[in-house]
Design a protein around this ligand. Structure first.
Ligand SMILES: Nc1ncnc2c1ncn2[C@@H]1O[C@H](COP(=O)(O)OP(=O)(O)OP(=O)(O)O)[C@@H](O)[C@H]1O
Ligand SMILES: [Mg+2]
Length: 413
């Protein structure tokens, strides 16, 4: 009975004895009751009293039950209305149900339990609807949260992919800076040696002590040293120019005409510092006639990631390993086979290798984005496909196939 305390019921009926019996009965259950003797007063009470449930007769003076029903459902369609009507009013009762009444009871009410049951059922249904609405709201809210999280995740993923690309570029920068250091260092030493020799020579000349043999000696030194300076400076210039192109390509998404073999040589030159201190070898065999009008940046990203992976994962702790690349053409397709004879991958690694964030180097510098970047570049940028074959202890084979002529689409122009 306590659960009924505070629940407000409005009883609208023009017959006083019916109201009395209904009110008396329901009050015993703890409900809070207000009465009205016709529809008009009923509506006033509805506004004032804000009941949780309405029991309403159909035939009444001034305003009948159907009109009350229409007004109330217009204001609040979640308020239970139970029609209490005479047995002769079946068609009106049906109409009332159609208009939104929740239930009906036939007068005279012979068993008050029928009334209680109807009221109890209506409250239960109301609670159920309220709960459903609340869940729905919570769900909508959770959905909104999820959508926001998803958007944040997508943004983070894009940023990570971007930083993975930048990391590959970073490999190049670090490698090339290191590589250029050697020829420039040799050049500086040679130039200062030449400078010292010239001063010495100049001193002898001024003092009139210059012998023919010393002149010949000096000339030979100048020739040798300037030649060494030239070779080293040329090497530095070559490194810088190939690096410049590769770096620009790698950081931009420009499309241009290039010869694949020459471009691969430039990429490998830029990556050489990464493996030259090891005893691993890289062999490239590429058809020299493959001219592509494509995205060179994609190739340098792909090669950098594949080679770094072989060095870091495939060859870790191993000596004397090899990377082999074979690039051929067939029926308008370029077939690019990349192999290493390193540690290879087990089935699980193989299945997940292209998944973003899959790495066996978590916490040791791996983000797990390298292969997913490669996959996207091959399938989306180059419009091709990539397959991986590997077994533990057997190295890896990546076969990439992409069209020689990049398909033209209107939106790419
Ligand atoms: N040549 C390879 N030999 C053996 N395992 C490899 C090779 N290449 C990739 N893998 C495996 O695939 C995983 C995913 O490679 P991926 O390049 O996506 O990530 P990562 O190298 O771990 O990290 P990141 O490239 O982002 O620094 C690696 O962690 C490694 O387990
Ligand atoms: Mg990697």
């Amino acid at each position: 009975m306590d659960e009924n305390l505070g629940k407000k019921i409005l009883v609208i009926d023009d017959e006083a004895y019916i109201r009395d019996s209904v009110v008396g009965f329901l009050e015993d259950f703890g409900f809070d009751i207000v009465e009205a003797e016709n529809g008009r007063i009923g509506l006033e009470q509805f506004e004032k009293f804000q009941p949780d449930l309405i029991l309403c007769d159909l035939r009444m003076p001034e305003m009948d039950g159907l009109e009350v029903l229409a007004h109330v459902t217009k204001k609040n369609e979640n308020i239970p209305i139970i029609i209490v009507s005479g047995a002769g009013n079946i068609s009106d009762t049906v109409e009332a149900l159609r208009l939104g009444a929740w239930d009906y009871i036939i007068k005279p009410i012979q068993d008050m339990n029928v009334l209680f049951h109807a009221v109890d059922k209506a409250f239960e249904r109301k609670r159920f609807i309220e709960e459903k609405t609340r869940y729905q709201k919570e769900l909508e809210l959770a959905n909104k949260d999820l959508k926001t999280s998803l958007e944040t995740l997508e943004q983070t993923r894009d940023q990570l992919v971007q930083s993975a690309k930048m990391a590959a570029l970073g490999e190049l920068v670090a490698g090339v800076a290191h590589e250029i250091n050697t020829p420039v260092g040799v050049g500086v030493t040679a130039a200062s040696f030449l400078d010292a020799k010239t001063r010495e020579f100049h001193g002898m000349y001024k003092a009139g002590e210059l012998k023919r043999s010393e002149l010949e000696n000096y000339l030979t030194t100048v020739e040798e040293v300037s030649n060494s300076i030239l070779i080293n400076m040329e090497r530095a210039a070559e490194l810088i120019s190939s690096f410049k192109q590769v770096a620009v390509d790698q950081s931009s998404e420009n499309r241009r005409q290039f010869n694949l073999k020459e471009y691969m040589d430039e990429i490998l030159l830029s990556l050489r510092p990464r493996y030259k201190k090891t005893n691993h070898r890289i062999r490239v065999s590429c058809d020299p006639d493959i001219e592509l009008n494509s995205f060179p940046g994609a190739f340098s990203q792909i090669l950098t990631n594949l080679i770094m992976n072989s060095l870091i994962h495939g060859f870790s702790g191993l000596e004397n390993r090899a990377i082999e690349m074979d690039v051929t053409r067939k029926e308008g397709q370029v077939i690019f086979a990349y192999r290493d004879n390193g540690r290879g991958m087990d089935q699980k690694q193989k299945d997940k290798a292209f998944d973003p964030f899959f790495t066996t180097m978590r916490g040791k510098g791996g983000t797990g984005l390298g292969m997913s970047v490669v996959f996207n570049l091959v399938t989306q940028t180059l419009k091709g496909n990539i397959k991986l074959e590997s077994e533990i202890g057997q190295g890896v084979v990546f076969i990439m196939t992409f069209p020689e002529r990049w398909p033209e689409h209107r939106d790419d122009q």
